[in-house]
Design a protein around this ligand. Structure first.
Ligand SMILES: Cc1cc2nc3c(=O)[nH]c(=O)nc-3n(C[C@H](O)[C@H](O)[C@H](O)COP(=O)(O)OP(=O)(O)OC[C@H]3O[C@@H](n4cnc5c(N)ncnc54)[C@H](O)[C@@H]3O)c2cc1C
Length: 413
């Protein structure tokens, strides 16, 4: 029996929509089918990564619920598997799989996004705890996450990449203040997070103190492949587990409901042309055909990146190529919608073009080429790793971080 047949038989024997969602996911976890590519000793089955997608398909065919979507399964779990102590893995992986705990990524700061290793949030040892002070920004879902994947500087006397530590920060404590930021598309899905004497147990260091950059690279490598999230619909009248999964998906996608729009929605170009009576206009037709052709070509690039991951090759330059391609398509789509719609495309609200979706696209697309590493940074990666061009010049890479010139207010003490 191959893995697909085996999981099909397992689902047929065990799936019960009347179970509480947590109980069903616990069964899935204990069986090793929640994440079959994880090692056998850590809730998986040691199978190739492609098995994860096959199992997700089988669960969907059976109408059964899988593990939750989001930064927990997508970013935190693979990072913990690669670097965390056995104690942390035992404590944190099960509730992440069952969806009882949710995560956010506390990496970017007001002065450190692309130059992430220049971060200045600090953590100081205090007995068997660390005390964290600083500010993060752009933190998606920080306002309801249980844990944050936190990067903080713990040593100021070594070069910037060597003094960073990776922590699991409990978010629900007095020293953590997450304030939602309103975006130009009207949503508020990320936050600025102020950390004032926030406490982290010493046992929550992932890897070892000072080795956080290496750990962060694992998270970032998974982030480049984490962009596509497909929503599955669960029948809220179909049983307890389905009702809970449906409510969980509603809450989750409230944060991400504009993400399809940030990808430009090339699929809507023909509808925009119809709504603006330009379907028979040869210029409009040419624009749409060009856009759809580029989108199909870029889709194949994305599939090559997916195939690389399924073939057990760690995500590398294919991820950067795919991400850059997605930015190009998004910008192209926004330009096409604008040319087709003219000023009508800027009207927001239900009475705007296509119910306001076009306006939402135009104000969401800029995020595509920033989130998860900007286009320029992807080009640097492609230049250095694919084309073998010289490394970008840097003056701050080999000196103690304390001596690196920074803006006032970002000093170590
Ligand atoms: C929707 C969204 C969600 C996000 N969610 C999270 C999250 O959950 N957690 C988190 O930690 N972060 C998150 N981010 C932050 C994101 O990772 C950063 O915005 C991104 O890395 C860019 O950093 P920055 O905004 O500081 O821009 P900067 O780094 O200040 O860049 C400004 C400009 O300078 C260019 N630039 C910078 N350095 C170079 C260089 N070396 N060569 C050429 N050009 C350069 C950039 O390309 C950009 O055009 C999110 C961002 C978005 C848009």
């Amino acid at each position: 029996m191959n893995a697909r047949e085996e999981v099909r038989a397992w689902i047929a024997a065990h799936w019960d929509p009347d179970l509480p969602l947590g109980e069903w996911r616990r069964l899935l976890l204990d069986s090793g089918w929640a994440a079959p590519s994880w090692p056998e000793e850590w809730f998986g089955r040691g199978l190739p990564p492609s098995t994860d997608a096959a199992v997700a398909e089988e669960l969907a065919v059976a109408g059964a619920v899988g593990p939750p979507l989001g930064a927990g399964m997508g970013l935190a779990a693979p990072t913990l598997l690669a670097h965390a102590s056995d104690g942390l893995k035992r404590e944190l992986l099960p509730p992440t799989v069952t969806g009882e705990t949710t995560w956010c990524q506390l990496f970017s700061e007001p002065g450190s996004g692309s130059d992430l290793a220049g971060l200045t949030t600090r953590a100081d040892a205090d007995g068997d705890e660390w005390v964290v002070n600083g500010q993060k920004v752009w933190t998606t879902s920080a306002h309801h996450a249980d844990y944050g994947m936190l990067l903080a500087r713990t040593d100021w006397d070594v070069p910037k990449h060597h003094g960073i530590t990776y922590f699991v920060l409990p978010m629900k404590q007095p020293g953590v203040d997450a304030r939602p930021l309103r975006q130009m598309n009207g949503y508020a899905s990320f936050n600025e997070v102020f950390l004032t004497d926030a406490r982290v147990p010493a046992a929550n260091v992932v890897g070892t103190p000072g080795d956080g950059w290496r750990v962060a690279l694992t998270t970032l490598a998974h982030e480049r492949g984490f962009a596509t999230m497909r929503r599955r619909r669960f029948d809220p009248a179909g049983g307890w587990a389905l009702r809970e999964a449906s409510a969980e998906a509603d809450e989750y996608f409230a944060t991400y409901s504009w993400y399809p729009q940030r990808a430009g929605r090339p699929d809507l170009a023909a509808d925009v042309a119809a709504a603006t009576a330009r379907r028979d206009d040869p210029v409009a037709r040419q624009l749409i055909a060009g856009l759809v052709a580029r989108q199909r070509a870029h889709d194949w690039t994305a599939r090559r990146a997916q195939a690389a991951r399924s073939a057990d090759r760690s995500p590398g330059p294919e991820g950067s190529l795919g991400k850059l391609a997605a930015s190009d398509v998004a910008r192209d789509a926004a330009a096409t919608h604008s040319l087709l719609a003219g000023v009508a495309g800027t009207l927001t609200g239900d009475d705007g073009l296509l119910g306001g979706v076009v306006a939402e696209i135009l104000t969401s697309v800029p995020a595509q080429s920033i989130a998860g590493g900007t286009d320029e940074i992807q080009r640097n990666i492609i230049g250095e790793r694919v084309l073998g061009l010289p490394k970008e010049p840097a003056v701050d890479r080999d000196v103690p971080f304390r001596e690196v010139l920074r803006n006032p207010g970002r000093s170590p003490t």
